[in-house]
Design a protein around this ligand. Structure first.
Ligand SMILES: [Cu+2]
Length: 168
């Protein structure tokens, strides 16, 4: 009488255990599936969120240096224009002052005979006909005080026809 009862109890226990396990497994699957859909839902907006600023940020970064690159050269090279009169035996004015890097424009006018404007260190030698105006253009890329002189033998006082180009 005791053996069949024990068998019956073990059988009952086994069936209830497997039933419990089945429920547990099913529940685990349910939570797994729920977790998967949850992570999918989270990752989808995350990727779109990180992609959007990644595109706009470098676009701002590239425009910022472009603007400063355009603004910078403007104050460096200034155009300095001088109207110089050449006559026997002087330049008026006889001193011109610029900053290193400036573009220098000289309008040289001769009042009497043929004269000119020469700076050895800058490789400049320009003549001007009597009564005419010649334009000399160069970039002051060397610092210092340079002598400018008349390259034309314009008379007795020709060697006195000198001036100073000051590049600061
Ligand atoms: Cu001269």
């Amino acid at each position: 009488m005791k053996k069949p009862l024990a068998i019956a109890i073990t059988a009952l226990l086994l069936t209830s255990l497997t039933a419990c396990q089945k429920v547990e497994d099913w529940e685990n699957q349910k939570t797994k599936a729920a977790e998967e859909t949850a992570t999918e839902e989270i990752t989808t907006p995350e990727t779109t969120k990180t992609e959007t600023p990644a595109v706009t940020e470098p676009a701002i970064e590239t425009t910022t240096p472009e603007v400063t690159a355009v603004e910078e050269p403007a104050p460096i090279q200034e155009i300095k224009t001088f109207n110089i009169t050449a006559k026997q035996f002087e330049f008026i004015p006889n001193t011109i002052s610029v900053n290193e890097g400036d573009k220098v424009v000289i309008n040289l006018t001769s009042e009497d005979v043929m004269h000119g404007f020469a700076v050895t260190e800058y490789g400049i030698s320009q003549t001007v006909e009597a009564g005419q105006t010649a334009t000399i253009e160069f970039t002051a890329d060397k610092k210092g005080i340079f002598t400018f002189k008349c390259p034309v033998d314009c008379g007795e006082g020709h060697t006195e026809m000198i001036g100073n180009l000051i590049v600061n």
